[in-house]
Design a protein around this ligand. Structure first.
Ligand SMILES: [Zn+2]
Length: 147
């Protein structure tokens, strides 16, 4: 497994802005998040990248995840009393909320339509410039549901 050239370029560009350079570890962690749709925790990412990079430590995984989050490449998703989970930050994902199912432990994306933000703005002070919404929803999905 390795990053495609577009992903590699976005990684290098985002790190460069922060005065950092790409490393094999950052690349492999970014790739792991890029290829995961299940919002993995650091532990899960660690177990996935260990296959390709047996010498990597959990501390390195945490450091890389922090760097990639700071660079705006990935998003950290936090639910109460749960380890942080990670997903890819894209232009579209800036407008997605996260829902956590207490039955299955699954975290999934909920795309928020533009109307949602229009409506939300009505409840904010007129001079408040909304830049970012971090919305985490908790609930229970029917156990019979398969997706
Ligand atoms: Zn997500």
């Amino acid at each position: 497994m390795s990053l495609n050239s577009t992903a590699k370029q976005s990684l290098e560009d985002a790190l460069f802005v922060k005065g950092l350079r790409s490393t094999k570890q950052r690349e492999i962690i970014y790739e792991a998040v890029l290829n995961s749709e299940d919002h993995p925790s650091a532990d899960l990412i660690y177990s996935r990248v260990k296959e390709d990079m047996p010498g990597i430590s959990l501390a390195t995984v945490y450091n890389c995840l922090e760097t990639l989050t700071d660079c705006g490449l990935i998003r950290q998703v936090n639910f109460e009393r749960q380890p942080s989970r990670f997903c890819l930050a894209t232009a579209q994902s800036a407008h997605h909320a996260h829902a956590h199912c207490k039955n299955t432990g699954k975290v999934f994306d909920v795309v928020l339509p533009a109307q949602f933000f229009d409506e939300l703005n009505k409840y904010l002070p007129a001079d408040f410039q909304l830049e970012k919404v971090d919305l985490c929803l908790s609930g229970k999905q029917s156990l019979s549901q398969k997706n």
